[in-house]
Design a binder for this molecule. Structure first.
Ligand code: ZN
Ligand code: FE
Length: 253
């Protein structure tokens, strides 16, 4: 089995480092220096870099890491990724023998058009697609693409640990409570996360089970969320209309 080390970066990014023995694989290194620090401190050799999408806070550290380590760079074929050596479009399986695992590559367009998620060993690295109690902004794709991507992730086993790339959960929970106020599990999660954050602990990873019970963007077919959407747009009815209303509402919340 491998370990996962959480490396905070910038204001609220998380870079995930997977390690087994002396080998390390890193997901979305937006900044090289905190990763180099961990690699050196732990005596690890970086063998692979997984990129979910092209935004600088997810790949800005690639060049700095490659200056010190020879690592394979996996990432979206259709986006501009620094030193990309293994272009991916989703549907592939990538072997990482140094960690003793393989990842399934899932195309999750919406936040960006080439956005990928990596799934294996009951862990999901989903970048800026699914967040704790929220989802990424829809910058390049359509609302329909983003909803389909979230539904694709929601179909994974419920025990899946969700390693997203930002500590946004508490702000997301404020919005979730506004649109789904009668949800007991959501209230409970908000209390737990408030305590964790007050104590300086991370709210990530969550589980898919938790997200399905509390994340409004995975609950667009639930009566409470339909009612919330209809309080803004009276004719919002099907999951895509509900998702669109909620996503636009959250943008301005
Ligand atoms: Zn992004
Ligand atoms: Fe980001």
């Amino acid at each position: 089995m491998f370990d996962i080390i959480r490396i905070p970066a910038f204001k609220d990014n998380y870079i995930w480092l997977l390690r087994k023995g002396a080998a390390a694989v890193v997901v979305d290194p937006g900044d090289a220096s905190p990763v180099l620090e961990v690699l050196e401190r732990e005596g690890l050799a970086l063998t692979a870099i997984l990129i979910t999408h092209h935004h600088a806070d997810h790949q800005g550290g690639v060049a700095g890491l490659l200056a010190h380590y020879q690592a394979t760079v996996f990432g979206p074929a259709d986006e501009s990724i620094t030193a990309l050596s293994r272009p991916l479009r989703g549907g592939e399986t990538i072997a990482l023998p140094e960690l003793g695992l393989a990842f399934e590559v899932i195309a999750v367009p919406g936040h960006t058009l080439g956005h990928l998620a990596y799934y294996g060993s009951a862990c999901l690295f989903c970048g800026d697609t699914l967040f704790g109690a929220g989802c990424g902004r829809v910058f390049e794709g359509t609302m329909a693409q983003m909803l389909a991507s979230l539904e694709r992730l929601a179909a994974l086993p419920e025990r899946t640990a969700v390693y997203c790339a930002h500590e946004y959960t508490q702000a997301n929970l404020r919005f979730a409570l506004a649109v789904d106020p009668g949800n007991r599990l959501l209230q409970q999660r908000a209390d737990e996360v408030a305590l964790a954050r007050a104590e300086g602990r991370a709210s990530v990873p969550s589980t898919l089970m938790q997200e399905k019970a509390t994340n409004p963007f995975l609950r667009c077919g639930e009566p409470a969320l339909i009612a919330a959407a209809q309080s803004r747009v009276a004719q919002a009815n099907d999951p895509l209309e509900v998702f669109t209303v909620l996503r636009e509402w959250k943008n301005a919340f």
